[in-house]
Design a protein around this ligand. Structure first.
Ligand SMILES: NC(=O)c1ccc[n+]([C@@H]2O[C@H](COP(=O)([O-])OP(=O)(O)OC[C@H]3O[C@@H](n4cnc5c(N)ncnc54)[C@H](OP(=O)(O)O)[C@@H]3O)[C@@H](O)[C@H]2O)c1
Length: 326
């Protein structure tokens, strides 16, 4: 089978394509013939060995995939071969085959094709939990979403809008703001040109945002925190900027604010009811026509340039590798 291969840590431009033996599922595992795999920002970090966990070399990058069950390991009673599934692993998805624990697989919501199914889970689950499970968003509130044209950001704008939450989108150019406005954001702020704190307050009628969703970090985090209303909630989701922000605790005190983190990896073990509730809510939104914003689809042979574009902040929404294309 064809697979992407990281043989050294570094920028994604160094990822190669290799031919390897077909995979065999072990006990409790399922072999999936991958049809599509989505690029997530952490894939860039894992390739550079800058993620929280290291992947031992050599490895196949890629975490999020959609495909068809091709074989089951010992002790696995379902899903049957031929079933369309989506799933997430730490590494291994940027290949024609992936082996995953059966617990890492889930059915594809009705209405999603393989490309959109691959692009759906990580960002939409993250967005939903950041907004609802952790952020406590309710209809009529204002949410400021940073990096609003990116994977998590665009999903957060999409889900928030569908929940009746009013969105102020923040991004680094007019073109990127247009993407967020197209997904339902009411207002946009170019945080490379405008002062985030001042503009969020102005655009929300003076009171400030009830909620901030921050997948970016860096200097924007404190500016966004200062734009919260009294009693507001700040949800830290990621640090695409590369710098982890340090917000003075006296600001938290003075605003009676809440700072919460969201981390997807442990959700299934720690909060299975919340995961099930999110899946039900998101499946209903898909039935109503919600689709992840897929801006680029590449064949596997272009994996290096696809990840480089994400690393260099040149993409909007999701980038997907289509294994059925050559
Ligand atoms: N906590 C969790 O469970 C969880 C789950 C998924 C992802 N994440 C994290 O969330 C973050 C965003 O992920 P994503 O999939 O949304 O990534 P993405 O699609 O690449 O979007 C990130 C956005 O951040 C902004 N940005 C600002 N400075 C940047 C820089 N120096 N390099 C790249 N982007 C920069 C960009 O928007 P502008 O150019 O408009 O500023 C970009 O659209 C990552 O740190 C990821 O690890 C966390």
């Amino acid at each position: 089978m064809r697979t992407a291969r990281c043989t050294s840590y570094g920028p994604p431009g160094g990822i190669e394509i290799a031919e390897t033996d077909d995979l065999t599922p072990g006990p409790g595992e399922v072999l999936v013939e991958v049809h599509a795999a989505a690029v997530n920002y952490p894939d860039v970090l894992v390739a550079a060995d800058r993620y929280q966990i290291s992947a031992p070399l050599p490895f196949t990058p890629g975490s999020e995939f959609a495909g068809v069950v091709a074989a089951r390991g010992a002790g696995v009673s379902g899903p049957p071969e031929g079933t369309a599934v989506a799933g997430a692993v730490f590494t291994g998805a940027f290949a024609e085959q992936v082996v995953a624990p059966v617990a890492a697989l889930r059915p594809i919501p009705d209405g999603l094709d393989m490309v959109h199914a691959a692009a759906f889970h990580v960002t939409y689950q993250t967005a939903y939990h950041a907004l609802v499970t952790v952020g406590g968003a309710t209809a009529g509130e204002w949410a400021a979403v940073l990096g609003a044209a990116g994977g998590v950001g665009s999903a957060a704008v999409d889900v928030a809008t569908r929940l009746g939450v009013r969105v102020v989108a923040a991004a680094s150019s007019k073109e990127r703001l247009d993407v967020a406005l197209g997904l339902g954001a009411e207002r946009g702020i170019d945080y490379t040109k405008e002062e985030l704190k001042v503009r969020v307050r102005e655009l929300t009628g003076g009171g400030g945002a009830h909620l901030v969703i921050d997948p970016v970090g860096g200097d924007h985090a404190e500016a966004a925190f200062r734009a919260l209303c009294r009693g507001g909630r700040f949800v830290t989701v990621g640090y695409a900027d590369g710098r982890i922000p340090r917000i003075p605790l006296n600001l938290v005190l003075l605003k009676n604010a809440t700072v919460r983190g969201f981390e997807a990896r442990m959700m299934r073990e720690e909060a299975p009811e919340a995961v099930a509730a999110a899946q039900r809510a998101l499946a209903a939104m898909v039935r109503d026509g919600m689709r992840p914003l897929v801006s680029r689809v590449h064949p596997l042979s272009e994996v290096a340039s696809a990840l480089t574009a994400v690393a260099e902040r040149r993409t909007t929404g999701k980038v997907v590798l289509d294994m059925t294309r050559t």
